[in-house]
Design a protein around this ligand. Structure first.
Ligand SMILES: Nc1nc2c(c(=O)[nH]1)N[C@H]1C(S)=C(S)[C@@H](COP(=O)(O)O)O[C@H]1N2
Ligand SMILES: [Mo]
Length: 203
């Protein structure tokens, strides 16, 4: 009886966790590492973050400048396109809104190309980085972010597939057009909404 679902010592039928988008499974307390390049090692003392492109003036922050902004925390889930999701995790950092508030965004700026210190890039609509949906983070579950997970600092855009969360983030370039990043040029979707299963171009 393959369908026996309750009683008689059978495994109780477990409902799929409603936090899991379609096609995803829960990795539990694991956290897989997915890195295309060699893991860089750098200190926040000589790291900077820049917003350039369609802004009134290019703005560069030191980590000290960023620490002076209100701290912001994300409690929730992350979803990798390779089908793992990590549920109920937490990150601490600063909201991207606090950074955007310090630059003069040109009205035609609609897209962002995010760049890592390694040269990794990923593209996002500006609207996916604002409105309390994206962070630069340096802590995971209360501990400094490790180098393999993008430490000392990474982008976190948890409502999109995790390849959008560029590790070792160093720059946003504001653009009036969508410019595919590393994985997007290699067949991955331009937006990557896990609830719509936007995994590959054409999904
Ligand atoms: N710089 C950089 N950022 C990156 C990647 C990468 O290879 N390089 N991989 C992306 C992908 S595909 C995923 S799923 C997540 C993986 O983050 P993790 O290794 O901390 O799980 O980082 C994203 N950010
Ligand atoms: Mo990924």
């Amino acid at each position: 009886m393959a369908f026996a679902s309750r009683g008689f010592g059978g495994r109780p039928h477990r409902q799929r966790d409603e936090r899991l988008p379609p096609g995803q499974y829960d990795v539990g307390s694991d956290w897989p590492v997915l890195t295309a390049e060699v893991t860089p090692r750098f200190s926040l003392d000589n790291w900077t973050f820049t917003i350039d492109g369609l802004v009134g003036m290019t703005h560069t922050w030191s980590f000290q400048d960023i620490r002076a902004l209100p701290e912001s925390r994300y409690d929730g889930d992350i979803h990798c396109v390779t089908t793992w999701s990590k549920l109920g995790t937490s990150f601490t950092g600063v909201s991207v809104d606090s950074l955007i508030a310090q630059v003069q965004v040109a009205p035609e700026a609609e897209f962002v190309l995010a760049t890592s210190t390694t040269g990794y890039t990923t593209n996002l609509p500006l609207a996916d980085l604002t409105g309390g949906k994206a962070w630069l983070v340096w802590e995971h579950e209360g501990k400094p972010l490790t180098a393999e997970h993008g430490g000392p600092i990474r982008l976190l855009v948890p409502h999109l597939y995790f390849w959008k969360s560029a590790k070792w983030i160093t720059k946003f370039t504001l653009l009036d057009h969508d410019e595919p990043g590393f994985w997007e040029r290699n067949g991955y979707h331009d937006r990557g909404d896990p609830w719509k299963e936007q995994r590959y171009q054409g999904d």
